[in-house]
Design a protein around this ligand. Structure first.
Ligand SMILES: *Cc1c(COP(=O)(O)O)cnc(C)c1O
Length: 373
């Protein structure tokens, strides 16, 4: 990797994604012997006191980090975002109706999966605009009798993000809001007054694949369908402190190290999530501003809903895509190829991506533009 001798390349993968280098180093140093226990975390009983300590700390740190209120449970599960697309309706739908706001690939998948367990209603959709803007909340046709309303708060593939969650009560719905926050969890604060349940796979912004985070308000527990697998019943998981069955111990440990790293981050006066949000705003602005003023690159999304985490962009001359990607790899900028359903490029700039990584990307893009003018 020519331009960053001795340093690791910058990794723009959409997920599994880059992790903070300090976290990887800490894990490496503890790999063979965790805190004098004589064991790797991977070798510990999930019911032993060592792992108990790791899991308790991780949960407490996540609660602090995301300012999760007392009346919400934090669950460490498996099955990923796609698993939750089934697990959420199995637990919340009561076999009745659920409303879906369709904004891109992931919310479409969620609705398709949920309709196996309940009636689903598409109450808003941006499909006619090819998922390039968000449907105005005031126009949503919310049901009177929905058991919940689902939306994907950051559409990883399409690159659009809800910068404000809807206030369902103000829109006339009594249903709890379910959000899939897989790809922007911990990048910004969550307004828990507007949320009943949030789920996300860890592999975008928190840790390795295999861990799923669920944050659920306590009144939503205990309504699972009879057919819901016990290991996926939120109440069973909550009653057993996420240890009804063996939890993804390595994922919890790695995410726990990431939570500690996040809590320590500062930007001026801001710390933790507030600091990350400032940093993420600055990173995204740098990249979007450059793309918007360039003659070679373009972003096709409405300005008010552009994701801070996943930035799709195109070369106006697509015949240069391969050269762009090859040059990027040379420059130590990895995994920039766009998702196959959208094409072009995508830079995922999650929490672990420093501002310097985005600066390096913009420098490369400017250089490529100049040399191909
Ligand atoms: C990556 C992603 C998923 C998929 O999660 P899996 O862990 O692969 O099941 C779901 N939703 C969103 C928004 C994602 O970004």
């Amino acid at each position: 990797m020519t331009t960053r001798a001795g340093l690791r390349p910058y990794n723009f993968s959409a997920g599994p994604a880059a992790m903070p280098e300090a976290v990887l180093q800490r894990a490496a140093s503890e790999m063979l012997d965790w805190h004098g226990s004589g064991m790797s975390v991977m070798e510990m009983s999930h019911r032993g006191k060592e792992f108990g300590q790791i899991a308790t700390q991780a949960e407490a740190d996540l609660r602090t980090l995301l300012a999760v209120p007392e009346n919400f449970h934090i669950l460490f599960m498996q099955g990923g975002g796609l698993g939750e697309n089934a697990i959420a309706p199995l637990n919340l739908s009561r076999g009745t109706v659920a409303d879906f706001v369709i904004t891109g690939s992931w919310s479409i998948k969620s609705q398709k999966e949920a309709q196996r367990y309940c009636e689903t209603r598409i109450v808003a959709s941006n499909v006619s605009g090819k998922h390039t803007s968000l449907p105005e909340a005031a126009s949503w046709k919310l049901s009177d009798d929905a058991s919940y309303v689902h939306l994907c708060s950051n559409e990883t593939i399409n690159g659009i993000e809800f910068h404000e969650l809807p206030d369902l009560a103000a829109l006339g719905s009594k249903a709890p809001l379910v959000i899939d926050f897989s790809s922007h969890v911990a990048s910004r604060p969550v307004d828990w007054r507007r949320v009943g349940l949030a789920f996300g796979g860890a592999q975008k912004n928190l840790g390795p694949a295999g861990l799923t985070i669920v944050v659920v308000r306590d009144d939503l527990l205990g309504h699972a369908l009879e057919i819901c697998p016990s290991a996926f019943n939120y109440k069973t998981v909550a009653d057993n402190q996420s240890m009804y069955n063996t939890p993804p111990t390595w994922g919890i440990y790695m995410a726990g190290l990431t939570f500690q790293w996040l809590l320590q981050q500062t930007e001026g006066e801001a710390t933790g999530i507030a600091a990350m949000e400032l940093r993420n705003i600055a990173k995204a602005k740098l990249l979007y501003d450059f793309v918007d003023t360039s003659a070679l690159y373009e972003n096709r999304l409405a300005a008010d809903c552009r994701s801070r985490m996943n930035v799709p962009f195109f070369l106006r001359d697509e015949s240069r895509n391969e050269a762009f990607l090859a040059g990027a790899r040379e420059a130590g900028l990895l995994q920039l190829k766009g998702h196959k359903s959208v094409g072009g490029m995508r830079a995922s700039i999650y929490n672990a991506m420093p501002l310097e990584g985005v600066q390096a990307l913009v420098t490369y893009m400017r250089e490529f533009e100049r040399s191909h003018a």
